[in-house]
Design a protein around this ligand. Sequence first.
Ligand code: RRO
Length: 299
Amino acid sequence: MIEITGLRLRNPAMLAAGIMGTTGASLIRVAKEGAGAVVTKSIGPHPKEGHKNPGMINLGYGFLNAMGLPNPSYPDFSYELAVAKKDAGVPVIASIFGGNAEEFTTVAEGLADAEPDAFELNVSCPHAQGYGASIGCDACAVEGITAAVSDMTDLPVWVKLTPNVTDIVSIGEAAQRGGADAIVAINTVRGMVIDIHSGYPVLGNVFGGLSGEAVKPVAIKCVYDLHSALEIPIIGVGGISGWEDAVEMMMAGASAVQIGSAVYDGMDVFRNVADGIESFMLQKGWSPGDIVGLAHRRE
Ligand code: RRO
């Protein structure tokens, strides 16, 4: 059992925002598979079909995606969120996005009746015109959006950061100033793949965001740097597919972890990660408090 931003989680392995969080039923399924908490697909102010296909490719060492924030918008998603809340049995976090502070608060207010356990502000989609990384690179915008949502809700507010910046710590500090209760790091790393037979970029959107194994060292470094600079907890995400990855992320400074790409290799990942962390700590005689940030010690 861990506690993060006032939420009690039976284990530190959560579902990351993404396609598996698109419906109430899929969120419940992931919760039943052992996740400590589940995060929805990012929900915005207007219905969005997303980018044209192909939207996601498996590279073997990770996925490249440019789904393009497909979502039914908050009025329709409220129903799915309420379904998840009723039967998931674990905290359900609403991932939300917008183009400015007003849109973020509109979506948060619109989903509040379905009683999510926290909001995760997605200011970090790598390829969404007007949303995402253009906001997530701007410290003032991140601070303003975080402050606006924090002011309108008593629920914990988590802010998910993009690695596609020169200085992720300055963006994390801005979120902290805005009143964020936790930082989630990282969203996907901007990337591109070209098919050499046709000469065309593979994704319908030309470029996308890289996730999975390939980005783990990038995520570890971002979490390490954020842990050095911030007082609020960090939730680590990027390339976690086994308990060893989760322990490494926690040693970098994460209080909990999120799992996205690895779900496509089997839903048992949550149970395996949670059980693996617990056995490792037992074997070492450690508690979670002993491993979070352990890699920062210099004696
Ligand atoms: O929907 C997407 O294409 C997407 C989102 Br919202 C995000 O935050 N990160 C990502 O890699 N893809």
